[in-house]
Unconditional design. Sequence first.
Length: 373
Amino acid sequence: MPLSPQYLQKLVESCPDIIIAVDRGGIIIYYNDGARQNLGFSPAEMLGKSVLEIYPSYEEARKVMAAMRVGEGGKKGRVRNFETTFKTKRGEEIPVAISASIIYDEAGGEIGSIGFAKDIREIRRRDKLATLGDIAVGLSHEINNSLEILVNHLNLLQRYVGRVAADEDFLVESERLESVGQQLKKIQEITRRIGEMAEGGEYGTKEYIGGKRMADLGVRGEVKVKGRKRQEAGFPLEGLRVLVVDDDLGVCQSLRDLLRGEKCSVETALSGTEAMELVKTKPFDLILSDVVMPDMDGYELYTTVKKRVPDLPVVLMTAFYYDKDHVIKRSCLDGLKGVIFKKPIDPLRLRKIILERCPRPLAAESRKARERA
């Protein structure tokens, strides 16, 4: 049963969007409550007035009418989600998307038009936030790669000072290095928070002097780190052959130096393709690979290694807990056991994971078997 005109009138009147009808002369003959809420003009102020009252310029109004006459999708006399600008009672210009139709008489002459318009400021704000979120994720990844290099070299410096410095110098230099470590930890916490905000799509703001607002990263005070001890005795990773794969040369070099400090034998590759070429010609006990790389991501590298050298362990490392393409999830579903979430990598955590994936007796037997093959 078709709706009566009374039902349709109530439906249109209660719509929160702007609904306006004009006659052939462009005079407003219908103006709903949604238009009042969005534009600020009352029906009494607008009925009988030119539709130009709601446009910032005559040219903008002509642009909309011209688009309607051309039509879209092979249907003359209508537009859908056509973007334009309206003017509020306060003189503010707001972006809107119009869906409207020209009304024709039996002879095909224009007798008016009707349409509804939606304020798209919130939609644009969300699109902007989504774009900023993608930028934040990329930025955090790049910052964490640089932090990886700084933290690894800091660790090497701390070991060096622990070996060669006299007691008095050791205390002074350790304090300096500890201060650097604290600031690096603070930057790590900031990049972690940026990643969380980007993934969640929400953030708070703080008000500063002059009413200006800035994003609140939610970082409270300095992040304290535990004091470091002198070089621990023993080298549990000594002799292991490790292949480091990362498209950032600095990350490769810093991890290489860190692992060589553990008396590992280390090769580096700047891509998954380069890594597989090395695997064909040299024996390794473990591959330590980045997740995001241009030619072959971590999942593709892991599955290729698994197919060609099934007993060669692979550990994936990522900048933070944000895996947009589900590389880690897909790898784990295919059997991956070793994952290091978040760069910079803590040296003790790295050592532990390598030992878990590559126990010394098993590593030696596996290496000998590959050398015999």
